[in-house]
Design a binder for this molecule. Structure first.
Ligand code: ADP
Ligand code: ADP
Ligand code: ZN
Length: 233
């Protein structure tokens, strides 16, 4: 059995975290854990008592309170499929979340392979976010200019018809708020991981294929170094 890969993707909104996480999931059979996707699933669920509160927070561009987010991710990481390895996309986003994640991993004797920071200029982020849409059935990500679906009505991956959706927080005002949140609350976790020698940076302005190649190159490095998790039986 191949060794499980466990990575964190950090980057501003629109950096390409979800795009790369979907690719790594398909290439390596990893579980893609997106905090944003988990929140959006709860918002869609009419029986979730917090759904409406979560929607208001996501639309504002602020972070969901740490306690709620940490609990949700802890529950997700305990599910059996995560033994295959995972990509954390958009978690942690605050120092408290990074510390809580460390405690969770330590408890289960799990080591991360890399924490990858995707750097993209603000102008480009706005361009990416304003053209973003996803398939409402399988969640595959698309872009009006950079990755349009082959047929405007049909998902390339699952074939769903007229199921494309745009996020309510992908508007200019919410994007400005999300960028501010990123610089104020999330970038302080970068020195935290740098201090542990785990942080790798990559140029997120490059093409999707080039970014995937850069991540693959990063993953080749730490897998051979000491401290890597032993292979699972
Ligand atoms: P993006 O494409 O902007 O990176 P996400 O789908 O990752 O967006 O997140 C959407 C929203 O969900 C965030 O603006 C925030 O409100 C909430 N959210 C996502 N991840 C976290 C987190 N780790 N902690 C708190 N809130 C989060
Ligand atoms: P994030 O999850 O970091 O918010 P996404 O992966 O959703 O970002 O990407 C934002 C938008 O930009 C999507 O529409 C996606 O198709 C597009 N995109 C992602 N990576 C690239 C890239 N390297 N070049 C051009 N467009 C990209
Ligand atoms: Zn689809």
């Amino acid at each position: 059995m191949t060794e499980a890969i466990r990575i964190i993707l950090i980057g501003p909104p629109g950096a390409g975290k979800g795009t790369q996480a979907q690719r790594l999931r398909d290439l390596h059979g990893l579980v893609h854990i997106s905090a944003g996707d988990l929140f959006r699933a709860r918002i869609k669920d009419p029986n979730d008592p917090m759904g409406q509160q979560l929607k208001a927070i996501l639309d504002s561009g602020a972070l969901v309170p740490d306690a709620v987010t940490i609990q949700m991710i802890a529950e997700r990481l305990q599910q059996a499929d995560c033994a295959k390895g995972f990509i954390l996309d958009g978690f942690p986003r605050s120092i408290a979340q990074a510390e809580a994640l460390d405690a969770m991993l330590l408890k289960h004797n799990i080591k991360l392979d890399a924490v990858i920071q995707m750097e993209v200029d603000d102008d480009k982020l706005v361009e990416r976010i304003s053209g973003r849409y996803t398939c409402g059935e399988c969640n595959t990500g698309y872009h009006d200019t950079f990755k349009p679906a082959q047929d405007a009505h049909t998902c390339d991956v699952c074939g769903a018809k007229d199921k494309f959706v745009r996020r309510s927080d992908d508007n200019a005002e919410a994007v400005r708020a999300r960028l501010k949140t990123y610089y104020n609350q999330t970038t302080p976790i970068l020195p935290y991981y740098e201090g542990k020698g785990m942080l790798k940076r990559l140029d997120g302005m490059a093409s999707m294929d080039e970014v995937t190649a850069a991540i693959e190159a990063i993953l080749k490095g730490p897998k051979d170094s000491p401290g890597k998790n032993p292979p699972r039986p």
